[in-house]
Design a protein around this ligand. Structure first.
Ligand SMILES: C[S@@+](CC[C@H](N)C(=O)[O-])C[C@H]1O[C@@H](n2cnc3c(N)ncnc32)[C@H](O)[C@@H]1O
Length: 291
């Protein structure tokens, strides 16, 4: 069981946690965001918490969740990971447009593809791809990425991120679709990928309303995805968050699905490390890789 954190992402920092909140630095800006698992007290002095530029106030009976702005945020608000630029915004759902903990998976994938003198471009499939964190990091590393998400606003935001970076236009294929349906069609087409990453929500909808339920739909999607892996495949990564699943469950599922592919499976919790070295969990994962 691995407690996985990113190694190098200077534009993001978890400054402190406590009393149901995270204090985070995103580039220059400091945010306070709620996190229900944080049941221990703050360790940094109040004046540091009061330095937050914006605080997300969770929804209550009478009103929707909202941001309380203390100090105007940079406009545009850009941060970088491994010289890939991302545009951040305060979303109505306390999100910023990037899941910083995913940087650990980006580093893992880059390590799997970088030390390979591949003469042809690697084809990668990113499912539930949101604003394109993994997509752009891999495209920057020379891969051809198929970016699949069911949300038009997410695809639009991912396109904005793409335009911020000098990437070949054909480095990303943008697909607005239900992940399960798209993978089924790729199977029929005989498509093959050298790497697959997915980060499904616990519950979601395809563009035509088809529901996605993590525990019900993941086994089928995973089996289909293993058949899309090329003989030269490097990795298959499953992330999960806010699910009633576990890293062990993902490990059991993935180990069965890749049993004839060689390579190895590792699993654990995707974490963020605080300045004080305390770890907080943000989700679970299991990942297969070869070579
Ligand atoms: C939390 S996000 C994933 C975050 C992403 N991995 C990242 O690091 O940037 C989950 C995404 O799944 C998408 N989604 C939900 N249900 C879907 C479905 N059935 N098919 C495709 N995408 C779906 C949502 O629109 C959302 O963008």
């Amino acid at each position: 069981m691995i407690l996985e954190t990113f190694k190098h992402f200077p534009d993001f920092e978890l400054l402190d946690t406590g009393d149901g909140f995270r204090l985070e630095r995103w580039g220059d800006a400091v945010l306070q965001r709620p996190d229900p698992q944080i049941i221990w007290p703050k360790s940094r002095p109040n004046h540091e918490w009061n330095n937050a530029w914006a605080i997300f106030k969770s929804a209550s009976e009478e009103n929707k969740g909202r941001w309380e702005i203390k100090k105007p945020l940079p406009n545009p608000w850009l941060i970088e990971f491994d010289s890939v630029k991302f545009l951040l915004k305060l979303s109505p759902f306390k999100h910023t447009g990037l899941f910083a903990e995913q940087a650990a998976q980006w580093e893992f994938m880059l390590a799997k593809i970088r030390n390979k003198s591949e003469n042809q471009k690697l084809k990668i499939l990113n499912l539930f791809a949101y604003t394109g964190g993994a997509t752009l990091v891999l495209a920057k590393a020379g891969c051809l990425v198929t970016h699949v998400d069911a949300s038009k606003p997410a695809i639009t935001w991912a396109n904005e991120n793409h335009k911020l970076n000098t990437l070949p236009a054909d480095s990303v294929r943008w697909i607005l679709d239900d992940a399960v349906k798209f993978v089924r069609r790729e199977l029929k087409r005989g498509a093959k990928y050298d790497g697959i990453i997915m980060d499904p929500p616990a519950f979601g909808h395809g563009p035509t309303g088809k529901t996605w339920k993590f525990n019900d739909d993941l086994p089928g999607l995973l089996n289909d995805c293993t058949q899309l892996l090329s003989d030269n495949a490097k990795f298959l990564i499953i992330n999960g968050y806010a699910t009633n699943s576990s890293a062990l469950a993902l490990n059991n599922l993935l180990t069965d699905a890749v049993k004839n592919l060689g390579g190895g499976v590792e699993f654990g919790e995707l974490c963020l490390k605080q300045k004080s070295q305390r770890l907080i969990s943000t989700g679970i994962f299991a990942r297969w890789s070869k070579g």
